[in-house]
Design a protein around this ligand. Structure first.
Ligand SMILES: NC(=O)c1ccc[n+]([C@@H]2O[C@H](COP(=O)([O-])OP(=O)(O)OC[C@H]3O[C@@H](n4cnc5c(N)ncnc54)[C@H](O)[C@@H]3O)[C@@H](O)[C@H]2O)c1
Length: 300
């Protein structure tokens, strides 16, 4: 699957899902610009590239406001940068009124406002080109309660951002989608959950969920395939689950494992203590219809 000649930007790629995405895009031959807070860790990501060219670039939005030009080529923007993981784990189990309200900024400044700013500048290039793909990394927390209030609000807004941008971009040949990974075994998750006897935040079920989680590169494989999908524009505006894209494109994780379908009845039953025994006998292909996922996230 060659993306040779393609130019991509992945925000927040010094570790975690962003790093996995940058590595996959790069391996597919694309030129990838990555952003992050620390030059050293960005260079570590760059050193891992086995194929393709990974260019480092510091994003300076102020250039635009000072009359800088937005020109050149951009085929894919991945809105991934996120500054909230540590704060989420540190406040696990607390109600919103018990938590310092500044958690809102930790979660949603980079992880939502930042996505909007990047999308504006990227779209200016893509609209002029008449083609492009914007992928906004979201989470199940955008569909149902997960972790805390600012998390869910931010993720629901990410889904809305992708969908509403798609409305305005569709006629210009630019696709915008929201990508929902499952539980992902990032470096931080490994440190805060998998390597601890009791995961930070004290929820023992977290450990089990993440132990079966996907690698950081699954999202990248999904994006590479999506970018080359002839029917990409039919998916614009949608919330796409990595487990669905893995099925659509025949993706296996880097260690050969199947990508966990976290909407399958087997998986959902395994999460209910007194029904978990049923997960062994229910066929794994039965899963929640997607409209049910939408309905459970809204009250009409
Ligand atoms: N980890 C999971 O299990 C999981 C599951 C589903 C969705 N997600 C979502 O994936 C996204 C990435 O999460 P992650 O787990 O890889 O997080 P992470 O904390 O491991 O990585 C986040 C990256 O963003 C960078 N970053 C933070 N602030 C920045 C800023 N101001 N400017 C530029 N870069 C910045 C960090 O340096 C890091 O490279 C988030 O939106 C998260 O909610 C994660």
């Amino acid at each position: 699957m060659s993306l040779s000649g393609w130019v991509c930007v992945v925000t927040g790629a010094s570790r975690g899902i962003g790093r996995g995405i940058a590595l996959q895009l790069s391996e597919a031959g694309a030129t990838v610009y990555i952003t992050g807070r620390q030059e050293t860790s960005l260079k570590q990501t760059a050193a891992q590239v086995t194929f393709g060219r990974l260019h480092l670039k510091c994003w300076r939005p102020s250039l635009e406001s000072r009359g800088g030009n937005c020109n050149g080529r951009l085929d894919i923007l991945v809105n991934n940068a996120y500054a909230g993981v540590q704060a989420i784990f540190e406040n696990m189990g607390k109600k919103f009124w018990e938590t310092d309200p500044s958690i809102w900024d930790s979660i949603n400044n980079t992880g939502l406002r930042g996505h909007y700013f990047f999308s504006v500048y990227a779209s200016r290039i893509m609209v002029a080109q008449g083609q492009g793909l914007i992928v906004t990394i979201s989470s199940m927390g955008g569909l149902r309660y997960l972790f805390n209030v600012p998390y869910g609000v931010g993720k629901a807004a990410c889904n809305r951002l992708a969908a509403d941008m798609a409305v305005e971009l569709k006629k210009r040949g630019v696709a915008s989608v929201s990508l929902l990974p499952g539980a992902v075994q990032t470096e931080l998750v490994t440190q805060l959950v998998l390597e601890k006897e009791t995961p930070q935040g004290g929820d023992p079920t977290l450990k089990e969920v993440f132990a079966n989680g996907e690698s950081t590169e699954v999202s990248g494989m999904c994006i590479v395939n999506l970018a080359k999908d002839k029917h990409l524009m039919s998916l614009t505006g949608k919330i796409l689950l990595t487990c669905d894209l893995a099925k659509r494109y025949g993706i296996k994780d880097i260690d050969g494992r199947s990508v966990t379908d976290y909407t399958s009845l087997t998986f959902l039953l395994s999460r209910v203590p007194y029904l978990s025994w049923l997960s062994a006998v229910v066929p794994s292909f039965i899963h929640l219809p997607r409209f049910v996922l939408t309905l459970t996230s809204n009250r009409f």
